[in-house]
Design a protein around this ligand. Structure first.
Ligand code: NBP
Length: 477
């Protein structure tokens, strides 16, 4: 038998992806460094489809039809390079290696270049949706050559999630590292979404005085409206869950220190390199980092702050409505920032990424899937050169409608001493963009004063310098 696709790396993701291919009628060669995982897969799930278990790399490669399609689902970083080094010598020109791990796009660019010299297509494919997504249909963001996508695309479409309108959640994002870049920003937006939801929860708890169970109900209601999304849905599930051992709300027995694997941090690092203000995503990464500083937090517990005062029942209900507005407006801003970063990456690396198509493939399968993405797609479809999501009429109008409540929520947070870095960053971004004049003019003056860095004038072209230490005459630089 010859397999149409092979999967090496059979931990949770690889195993479920292999099963997904098999359930869709493909013959799947499976391989793992530790052979027991391969055997376990075939023993447990062999009846789901056609698997070819391979113990060695040679057997694995020999099991694949040509051109070979070899999916690598190992731990990102050195293990990926190790696997490539093991398999590349066994492959022939035209074969494809698909890296479905969470690789850094710069690594993907390097690997693609090296393998291209040997005639092998290297496809860095972002895969989102966790282990459930891998099994039932993930959102897939493949990069690499057009040629490889012609061969691979139909298979990926088959195993991918489908959006509500039936469209497969996969598109050829662009050459070399484009897919992994977009997956990175997806994860950054995911961090921001989670942080904003967390802040909404904290406000409903501390300012409105609601219990986790009541807040779960509020999130369920929100999930029937414009905030309809996977993350809001699971938030309600987590908040209504009661710890069996103590009878307390589950959220109260979990240590409040958030962990991270790095893709959110990369999103911010790359944004800094590209000069894109992703302040909401950055605050989300910093908020996780702050939460983890246990000793620092313990040492700071006695710092002064306002005394919280709970709202009356009717005030609380009105406040919850305002929080929904604040959450929605802040969410628009974090997607605006994330799409700006994708546009900037596309420009920097010549990827020609279709932003509407990216929004489209995030509508199903992935962690940030949401009704909202349909609207983002519509905005980019209507105007592919949209300078910013905030330039879209519909989003601009929604923010205009939300802004009074958004500001009120921020005022309440500040007054009551509840940290809302995500809401605050989003609002500051919005007001910064709107401002007719920014204090950046003053910054330029300071820079010119201490470092003769020069400035431009509003009324004349050219670069200028003021002789600050002397007669303060202005000279042309
Ligand atoms: P892990 O990231 O835990 O990786 C375990 C796999 O890597 C095992 O198959 C292991 O083989 C293999 N491996 C390692 Br570690 N070092 C190796 C080496 N030097 N040579 C060959 N194989 C090696 O698995 P995962 O959680 O299934 O994730 C796989 C990829 O998918 C990662 O890049 C991850 O970031 C990405 N991803 C994960 C999720 C998720 O929800 N978990 C979602 C989206 C993307 P062994 O069995 O012999 O140790």
């Amino acid at each position: 038998t010859s397999a149409q696709i092979g999967v090496t790396g059979l931990a949770v993701m690889g195993r479920n992806l292999a099963r997904n291919f098999a359930r869709n009628g493909y013959t799947v060669a499976v391989h793992n460094r530790t052979v027991s995982r391969t055997k376990a897969l075939v023993e447990e799930f062999g009846q789901e489809g056609d698997f070819v278990a391979a113990e060695t790399a040679e057997e694995f490669v020999a099991a694949l039809e040509r051109p070979r399609r070899l999916v690598v689902m190992v731990k990102a970083g050195e293990p990926t390079d190790a696997v490539i080094q093991e398999f590349a010598p066994l492959l022939e020109p035209g074969d494809m290696i698909i890296d479905g791990g969470n690789a850094h796009f710069a690594d993907t660019r390097r690997r693609e270049r090296e393998l291209r010299e040997r005639g092998i297509h290297f496809v860095g494919a972002g895969i989102s949706g966790g282990e459930e997504g891998a099994l039932h249909g993930p959102s897939i963001m493949p990069g690499g050559s057009v040629e490889s996508h012609q061969s691979l695309g139909p298979m990926l479409e088959k195993i991918s999630a489908k959006a509500a309108d039936g469209a497969p959640c996969v598109t050829h994002v662009g050459p070399d590292g484009a897919g992994h870049f977009v997956k990175m920003v997806h994860n950054g937006i995911e961090y921001a979404d989670m942080q904003l939801i967390g802040e909404a929860y904290q406000l409903l708890r501390d300012v409105a005085g609601y219990s986790p169970a009541q807040i779960a109900d509020i999130f369920r209601t929100w999930n029937t409206g414009r905030l309809d999304s996977y993350l809001i849905e699971i938030t309600a599930e987590v908040l209504s869950h009661v710890d069996a051992a103590t009878g307390k709300p589950f959220v109260d027995v979990v240590v409040d220190q958030a962990e991270q694997k790095g893709t959110g941090r990369w999103t911010v690092q790359i944004a800094l390199d590209l000069g894109v203000p992703v302040s909401g995503i950055a605050e989300a990464v910093f908020a996780r980092s702050l939460s983890g500083h246990a000793a620092l937090r313990a040492a700071s517990r006695d710092l002064a702050g306002p005394k919280p005062s709970a709202l009356s029942e009717s005030e609380a209900a009105a406040f919850a409505d305002r929080v929904e507005q604040a959450l929605y407006a802040s969410k628009i801003v974090s997607y605006t920032q994330g799409f700006h970063e994708i546009a900037a990456g596309s420009e920097e690396y010549g990827w020609d990424i279709d932003l509407g198509a990216v929004a489209s493939i995030w509508r199903g399968g992935c962690i940030i899937r949401a009704a909202f993405l349909d609207r983002i797609r519509a905005a980019y479809d209507a105007r592919p050169d949209l300078p910013s999501l905030l330039s879209d009429e519909t989003f601009a109008r929604e923010i205009a409608d939300a802004q009074d409540d958004w500001r009120e929520v921020q005022i309440a947070a500040v007054r009551q001493g509840v940290a809302t870095p995500g809401f605050a960053a989003a609002l500051a971004y919005y007001d910064g963009l709107r401002a007719p004049r920014l204090p950046a003019a003053l910054t330029q003056g300071q820079r010119d004063f201490f470092g003769a860095h020069t400035y431009r004038r509003v009324d004349r072209d050219g670069a200028f310098h003021t002789l600050w230490g002397g007669d303060r005459d202005e000279v042309t630089a």
